[in-house]
Design a protein around this ligand. Structure first.
Ligand code: AP5
Length: 215
């Protein structure tokens, strides 16, 4: 099954994608995580990604498509994927449709998580992620057992460079201008279900599961 988790920066896509992985038995594909990993490897491509990401701007489509095409070829993605933060523009959505069609698949559901801007800022600015296992915390909403160590694996907790209020506002503007129009693209195909992203992780998770299963 192929599912898109859709929403503005900090809506909870990554958190909820990780919870859905076991339920659906398919991997999370996060272009943001893949770009951060490329950057951490110090490659020239990673440096190019970082120029856009640290400014809160979308990375150009042509740099993103190759990344996803390669990821979809990996064996764990044979039966489907949970797309987190991808697609983000209409050309990306069209490219994804073509890639999936070649594999005899198509998007089954787009779940749009709705959260207002002040809450998005609070969530992103307070976010900490584990460098080693990727677990996502929030200093207030889902605090780690110690401020700089992961409770799962003991890895170091870090704050993303693009998680400052100013950059989050730019990311939100990019979302409104370039990504939100995708709701029209997928809406015409009857694939969109919107869920309220305010509530506990379990409450939001249950809404998302219900939306994925068509309730
Ligand atoms: P990316 O990494 O994809 O970031 P994003 O889409 O902006 O989303 P976030 O990761 O910030 O938030 P999220 O919705 O996953 O929330 P999370 O679960 O972490 O992209 C970063 C950049 O990379 C982009 O700006 C762009 O430059 C580039 N990029 C990536 N993909 C691209 C593409 N396809 N095309 C072009 N450019 C691309 O939760 C946030 C916080 O809230 C956490 O602390 C969490 O603990 C907390 N939280 C979650 N749920 C709740 C809840 N219910 N209640 C309270 N707190 C909660």
């Amino acid at each position: 099954m192929d599912v898109v988790l859709f929403g503005p920066p900090g809506a909870g896509k990554g958190t909820q994608a990780k919870r859905l992985v076991d339920k659906l038995g398919v991997p999370q594909i996060s272009t943001g995580d893949m770009m951060r990993a490329e950057k951490a490897s110090g490659t020239p491509l990673g440096k190019r990604f970082d120029e856009y990401m640290s400014a809160g701007k979308l990375v150009p489509d042509e740099l993103v498509l190759e990344l996803v095409e390669q990821r979809l070829k990996q064996p764990d993605a044979r039966e489907g994927a949970i797309f987190d933060g991808y697609p983000r523009t209409v050309p990306q959505a069209e490219a994804l449709d073509r890639m999936l069609e070649r594999l005899g698949r198509r998007i089954a559901r787009v779940v749009a998580i709705e959260v207002p801007l002040p809450e998005l800022i609070e969530r992103t600015v307070g976010r900490r992620s584990c460098e080693a296992c990727g677990h996502i915390y929030h200093l207030r909403y889902s605090p780690p057992p110690s401020p700089d160590r992961c409770g799962n694996c003991g890895g170091r907790l870090v704050q993303r460079k693009d998680d400052t209020e100013g950059v989050v506002r730019t990311r939100y503007e990019e979302y409104r201008a370039k990504t939100e129009p995708l709701l029209g693209y997928y809406g015409k195909k009857g694939l969109v279900r919107t869920v309220d992203g305010i509530g506990s992780l379990d409450e939001v998770g249950e809404r998302i599961e219900a939306a994925v299963s068509g309730e």
